[in-house]
Design a protein around this ligand. Sequence first.
Ligand SMILES: C[S@@+](CC[C@H](N)C(=O)[O-])C[C@H]1O[C@@H](n2cnc3c(N)ncnc32)[C@H](O)[C@@H]1O
Length: 344
Amino acid sequence: MTGRAPIGKHMRTGLLRAGQRVQLTDYKGRKSTITLAEGGEWHTHRGVLHHDQLISQPEGIVVENSAGYRYQVLRPLLNDYVLSMPRGATVVYPKDSAQIVQVADIFPGAHVLEAGVGSGALSISLLRATGDAGSLHSYELREEFGDIARSNVEAFFGEPHPGWQIFIGDAGEKPLEIEQPGGVDRVVLDMLAPWNCLNAVRTVLAPGGVWVSYVATVTQLSRLTEEIRRSGGFTEPEAHETMLRTWHLDGLAVRPDHRMVAHTGFLLSTRRLADNQLPLELKKREKVSEPAAADVQAWAGTSEEQTWDEETLQTRVVSKKKARKAAASSLQHAEAAKEVVNDQ
Ligand SMILES: C[S@@+](CC[C@H](N)C(=O)[O-])C[C@H]1O[C@@H](n2cnc3c(N)ncnc32)[C@H](O)[C@@H]1O
């Protein structure tokens, strides 16, 4: 085979190199992630580990630090990486990213629209699925989040991804300036008020295209569902959530772990109908009783006075200071990753 290796492959295979991130697991199963540097040292209260002990070694070695403590050395997988990378906004958990890629039917070569970009966790999964021949346009309101995401994605792939662009602006409006009408294959939204993007999504999404929204609360899920139904241009929305329960495996004590992440978010998916077509489900629904507008308003909070912000939805508000700190840290990782020699 000739030509360039797929983007990011040099960060994930072969001997360990300076600039790459590695995960060290100690005898208690505790994990720490470091970025390898020639002559670098990793200090803990249990001694010093020299980075040169790891550089040019294969993944999976077990090394000893100056005090004889042993560590298992592996490159972080995508799942580990997104949970350890610097973040401003809350990231989409790997269990949900995996579902999004599947439910949204993200395929190699697809043109995908995403908003907001946050810390770039979901962007990495989408870019992996669209591949080098695809394209991802990520829309984000806050410039500093765009910076964090850009560095996190570059640190993961070891270089800027050729198929990725970030646009700073409101996802409800900006895509109308950037995208061709009907030119987007898939839309994935992870933002507070995705219903504000209805018009933009209807305009840019190709007939048959899939739109998946990730929302944290039932009230958002309900409002988005009703607005999609009301708009009439989409198939009947479908919702689900994914619960992941890990297991304790120790001799005869094989059972579910006591603790789990009980809630992250819901996925709502729908598909764009061709122009001037009515959804079949909507016709069927007209025969059964429609909820009264006042009930919908009370439940979904669609009244004008209702505020949909981080505070009312009780999601984490990220200060400018914290975002700046995360941006500086992710940039440092991205700079180190660019130095990794790509000999593939
Ligand atoms: C939870 S974060 C996204 C996290 C991201 N999916 C990840 O996995 O790292 C939500 C993001 O949506 C952005 N956002 C909210 N409203 C937006 C809008 N109207 N247009 C563009 N971005 C928006 C926020 O600034 C925030 O960065």
